[in-house]
Design a protein around this ligand. Structure first.
Ligand SMILES: [Fe+2]
Ligand SMILES: [Fe+2]
Ligand SMILES: [Fe+2]
Length: 266
């Protein structure tokens, strides 16, 4: 089970404190459910407290994001909602104590994993994105280098593919422009998977202890890439694409600078 570490700090003290408290609450429920006496009743009460605390926290976080006009607010709201729905999908009535214990432990496992993935993958980006509709083409410069040749090469390729998406969006009067963009996005998805696998293999090879966190982040990013669905967008596909592109490249830049650069050079 995950616990709060300094990697989880996003730099907004109120939010950091609440994240810390959420991990504490998860640990408290875990201890309660494993205790001998009245464990289920106590665990259930704590679980309810945890649920309520999570909802209050999301409200605070979303209000903070709205106050700084963070362009990621909508994506965050969706993620928070998915979490609430998942937690609410668990039913504990009419089951015996043993089954209830097992269910609670299963839910705790999900909660701690979700929380870690969400903080490192989404909350860490709060305040990092310019509220811009049209991002500029990212250029791979010295500051993005990790010093690990294979990783740097692959990151550069990712920048190049993103550059191609920019150019494709910018072309006017090409009637099959969106097909072209979708093709490049597929290329990006495929290459990203290859790159993440290579990077994770390198980390395994050198026995890097940040591997699990990286895997969580990578997996979440792939999931977000998969969510892109132009069919759902009838009007203003261009604005939607820019918004998506903005997310992609900001995520990548932030991930390289804050996470990948910590990987030791062999
Ligand atoms: Fe969040
Ligand atoms: Fe990377
Ligand atoms: Fe990475």
């Amino acid at each position: 089970m995950f616990t709060f570490t300094k990697d989880c700090l996003i730099g907004v003290p109120e939010i950091d404190d609440e994240h810390k408290r959420l991990f504490e609450l998860i640990a408290e429920v875990d201890t309660a459910v494993k205790a001998d006496d009245n464990s289920v009743t106590t665990a259930m009460a704590l679980l309810n407290e945890l649920k309520q605390y999570a909802v209050t926290h999301f409200t605070h976080e979303e209000a903070y994001m709205a106050s700084i006009h963070d362009p990621e607010l909508e994506r965050q709201q969706k993620e928070h909602q998915a979490f609430v729905d998942k937690v609410n999908s668990y039913r504990f009535s009419d089951i015996n104590d043993e089954t209830a214990k097992e269910l609670i432990l299963e839910l705790l496992e999900y909660l701690s994993k979700w929380l870690m993935g969400h903080i490192l993958g989404s909350d860490i980006l709060i305040g990092q994105f310019e509220p811009s509709n049209k991002p500029t083409i990212p250029v791979f410069t010295e500051k993005y280098k990790t010093g690990i040749a294979m990783i740097d090469e692959e990151h550069k390729t990712l920048f190049d593919i993103i550059g191609k998406i920019h150019k494709a969006i910018d072309v006017e009067l090409v009637h099959d422009k969106f097909d072209l963009i979708l093709d490049i996005l597929d290329e990006l998805k495929e290459y990203t998977s290859v790159h993440f696998a290579d990077e994770e293999n390198y980390m395994k090879e050198i026995g890097y202890d940040g591997l699990v966190q990286q895997q969580l982040l990578h997996q979440k990013f792939i999931e977000t890439l998969e969510e892109l669905n132009l069919d759902e967008v009838d009007e203003n596909q261009e604005a939607y694409l820019y918004e998506f592109l903005n997310f992609l490249q900001n995520w990548l830049i932030n991930h390289i600078l804050k996470v990948d650069k910590l990987i030791p050079v062999k």
